[in-house]
Design a protein around this ligand. Structure first.
Ligand code: COA
Length: 344
């Protein structure tokens, strides 16, 4: 039976004793990433701002970041990451049913960056859409893609996180502009049969949250209906206060839903915003930094791109291996936060 037909024949989810027992699993079969060529070291900021390499490293763990050059857009970087993921999975765009792209910095107000990627990949079937949950965007995108696969709506989904946050920086605000970077990462999820236990490969559980009362902690002070592009504004220390507690809680909730505990985790692949948040979350979960994939020193905070970038780099480094239990977690503007537990 051809692969596509075999996948279509996979059973749908069923519910037993009130608990969802997945039999169609969304399994990662390919990863890829793209980073723009321009690398900016912390020391560059010393020329224009009252800051230092030492301060940025100590408070955030960031040493350098990539910034988009004139030709780079969110969709062009997303397409490059997607092509790398397709190559890794030995698939072509024709094998993909859907594209879910997490971004807060799409090329245009509309159409979605996802449909632009669809066209750039030469994909003329299926469907594509963007998800906007700022730095939690990739976790939200993974949850959407998992639901599409679990329900039988799609058999292979390209899930991308791509951002050009350099376009919304206020270059005079030292408390934000040194923290962010640009880039894109992509995963391909494929429907495969699982036994419904947490030993299955694929996405095992998810947890999503948001609380709009915290809008003023992290936002862009412009948008279509206010007729400007705007710049990122953040009360960093307030965001920090929420981050560790909410991230450890969402990760633990997602693990619990899968019948797993922190001790079962091989890798935390966190949103890469700040090394102190990453360390604090691992500590709160009772895990060592040896169990954490860290890329923040080289990428800065790439918002929705940071988790797929870290997954792709973690695989390339030989850290993440088939069968490993991974928990990804992220928090960002909204506030919006969440976690996904998956077996690689
Ligand atoms: N260089 C030097 N000094 C800086 C600076 C910079 N780039 N940015 C801020 N400062 C100064 C502040 O002006 C402040 O000075 P003051 O005490 O004279 O007012 C001082 O450093 C401390 O500022 P504060 O914001 O309390 O520092 P912090 O230890 O909280 O670190 C962040 C700042 C932004 C690194 C930290 O709060 C953080 O990472 N927060 C989370 C942000 C985040 O991850 N957001 C994204 C979530 S998706």
């Amino acid at each position: 039976m051809p692969l596509r037909q075999a996948i279509r024949a996979l059973p749908q989810n069923n519910t037993r004793k009130g608990r969802q027992r997945l039999t169609r699993r969304a399994v990662v079969v390919g990863t890829g990433h793209y980073l723009p060529e321009r690398v900016v070291e912390n020391a560059e900021f010393e020329k224009t701002l009252d800051t230092s390499d030492e301060w940025i490293r100590a408070r955030s763990g960031i040493e350098r970041r990539h910034f988009a050059t004139e030709g780079d857009t969110t969709s062009s970087m997303a397409t490059a990451a997607a092509e790398a993921a397709l190559k890794d999975a030995k698939l072509t765009a024709d094998d993909i049913d859907a594209i879910v792209l997490a971004t807060s910095t799409a090329d245009l107000t509309f159409p979605s960056a996802a449909t632009m990627v669809q066209a750039q990949l030469g994909m003329t079937r299926g469907f594509a859409f963007d998800v906007q949950a700022v730095c939690a965007g990739f976790v939200y995108a993974l949850c959407n893609a998992n639901a599409l696969i679990a329900s039988g709506q799609a058999d292979r989904v390209l899930v991308i996180g791509a951002e050009t946050f350099s376009r919304i920086m206020d270059w005079t605000d030292r408390s934000t502009c040194v923290l962010f970077g640009d880039g894109a990462g992509a995963l391909i999820l494929e429907a495969q049969t699982g036994k419904g236990s947490n030993a299955d490969r694929g996405i095992l559980s998810t947890d999503l949250n948001s609380d709009g009362r915290y809008k003023d902690l992290l936002y862009v002070d412009g948008g279509v209906s206010t007729q400007s592009t705007g710049h990122l504004r953040m009360q960093g220390n307030q965001v920090f206060r929420h981050a560790v507690e909410k991230l450890a809680k969402t990760a633990t909730t997602a693990l619990d839903r899968a019948g797993l505990a922190a001790q079962d985790v091989d890798w935390i692949v966190p949103h890469q915003a700040n090394i102190r948040i990453i360390q604090g979350t691992a500590k709160k979960m009772g895990l060592s930094m040896d169990n954490v994939v860290v890329t923040v020193q080289d990428h800065g905070n790439t918002s929705a791109a940071s988790i797929p970038l870290a997954l792709s780099v973690g695989k390339e480094r030989g850290q993440i291996k088939p069968g490993d239990l991974i928990v990804t977690e992220a928090i960002g503007g909204g506030l919006a936060w969440g976690a996904v537990v998956l077996r690689w």
